[in-house]
Design a protein around this ligand. Structure first.
Ligand code: 6PG
Length: 238
């Protein structure tokens, strides 16, 4: 479902409210809330709103578990780190124990870090599927999401939950949830804003299916809801 908003601030408010709403339902029904955070710039404001009144008082933080949808293979203090962005935007300002924060390891061997994260997910999701209550995603202007970039072999992955990838155009290793892992979620919400996303968004949502070129098209929850929270500039060509 596509939800159009006036601007990034409105997208961020809606995303933060969605986070709080899904957290309360998950904790009420299952005693915990698992969320995989998006990286990049778009979600930062939504994270900031979660650390401010009134929303910060509406989330059952003691039962929240925070994961990441992808991570750059850099140290956690590196300005490019998605972990660092989330800590600065909200995690350092809310009452979470370290045991509730599950970062991907950005240093060391990427393949080993991917296997390690997959082990952590398989331990957390003991019933065999990584059914995050909420996965937040962004979308790049080349229609990548998480670190599922066009043309990568990981786009064909059908069994692993976490993979290490090398992004030639960025000259960077990254760790990413795979499409099968993302698609087990109860709710997946894309946050997309800015005119540079208008063309890729139109192609992803209204163009022919071509996930090798448009990896965001791989996100099709098996038994969950898919939301697109977009601002009007990104939605301009829909
Ligand atoms: C990352 C993200 C990536 C991001 C898109 C959009 O680690 O960069 O996971 O998939 O969501 O690149 O980034 P912006 O929100 O900065 O446009």
């Amino acid at each position: 479902m596509i939800q159009r908003y006036e601007n990034l601030e409105a997208v961020s408010q809606a995303a933060a409210e969605l986070f709080a709403a899904r957290a309360n339902v998950a904790v009420r029904d299952r005693g915990r809330f698992s969320v995989a955070l998006a990286g990049g710039n778009t979600p930062r404001r939504a994270y900031e709103l979660l650390a401010q009144k009134p929303l910060c008082d509406s989330v059952p933080w003691s039962q929240v578990h925070v994961f990441w949808g992808d991570e750059r293979c850099v140290p956690p203090v590196d300005p490019r780190s998605n972990y660092r962005m989330a800590r600065e935007a909200f995690l350092d300002r809310i009452p979470l124990l370290d045991s509730q924060i599950h970062p991907m390891r950005g240093v060391g061997d990427p393949d080993e870090a991917a296997l390690e994260y997959e082990r952590e997910l398989r331990q957390f999701f003991a019933d065999g599927q990584p059914r995050f209550d909420l996965v937040l995603l962004g979308m790049g202007d080349n229609a990548h999401t998480a670190s599922l970039f066009p043309g990568l072999p990981v786009l064909e992955e059908r069994t692993r939950w976490v993979s290490a990838v090398y992004i030639v155009e960025l000259q960077m290793h990254r760790l990413t949830l795979t499409a099968p892992a993302i698609n087990q979620a109860a709710t997946v919400a894309f946050l997309v804003a800015g005119a540079d996303k208008a063309q890729p968004l139109k192609e992803v949502l209204q163009g022919p299916r071509d996930p090798q070129r448009l990896p965001a098209q791989l996100v099709q929850p098996v038994d969950g809801e898919l939301l697109w929270l977009v601002d009007k500039t990104a939605a301009a060509r829909l």
